[in-house]
Design a protein around this ligand. Sequence first.
Ligand code: FAD
Length: 291
Amino acid sequence: MRINEILKNKRTLSFETFPPKKGYDDLDKTKAVLAELKKLNPDFISVTYGAMGSNSKGNVDIASFLKNELNIEALAHLTGGPSSYEDVDNVCKQLKENNIDNILTLRGDKPIDYSAEYCKTFKHATDLMDYINSKYDFNLVGACYPEGHNESDSLYEDLKYMKLKEEKGATFFITQVFFDNEYYYRLVNEARKIGIKSPIIPGIMPLTSPKSISKTKILCGSTIPLNYRNMLEFYKDKPKSFKELGYNYAVYQIMDLLAKGAPGIHLYVMNNVETAKEVFKRLENVIDEYF
Ligand code: FAD
């Protein structure tokens, strides 16, 4: 099923996960994690795609497991940066064979040792969208950036390309992680002003260890508000309190987003079942009333 059809009827709850990292050693472990996440009744689960195109088989296998064995809608990420036409054809054919209808079209994180080979075929997510649309019929989804993409001169520059993604068929968007909801509200406001109509689903990541902060900052560059930063610093040597802060801050963000009409919540749980369960436990009544 196309996830945009679900969004027409309800607010969605979804998770972001990744395929096994160590080849197939971890496959059973990943499947067990997904089976646990299913118990929380998400509307869909997305599966990341390696920035270097590595592990594309793992991405398709996990998306297929979600769709065909767990009966959960899968959103398969696909990065054009490291891919050739042949790579994209292989993935699209396998996704079709496995009845997966939804692709999050991305360029991918530029590798540190970025070379001219990267983005040789698909310079931007929009080029990947063009190619997929020319040969296949998928529901395409786009990524967007509440603080503007770090390679863009300004948020407004980045928004132009978000609009282009919609024109090329993105039926909804999922945002980069953010910790200050005001950035999300500004993005939505500015996007509506230039005519972007599709739902924009906020992406929320509970920070559960001091290590996760530096990783998140390096990968996404998202601003952490001073008050939250101070609390993270204060609790950094107390792992249980630190987690409690991370769960509760995510819940606070979610409650505020719901109050302002967000069309769904995408939780970057990154295969951490405990995080998903702890956040859901705190939101149990809210989920009953708002999803
Ligand atoms: P693009 O849309 O190509 O944007 C990159 C830059 O180019 C931006 O500055 C944009 O403004 C500009 N731009 C866009 N289109 C054009 C155009 N047509 N002409 C000129 N400039 C343009 N990375 C992974 O490697 N694997 C994943 O699975 C993954 N999943 C993600 C999921 C979400 C929800 C998000 C928000 C990000 C994800 N990323 C993932 C990271 C993402 O790939 C990086 O942020 C990457 O730097 C940009 O990807 P993009 O698809 O937004 O690229």
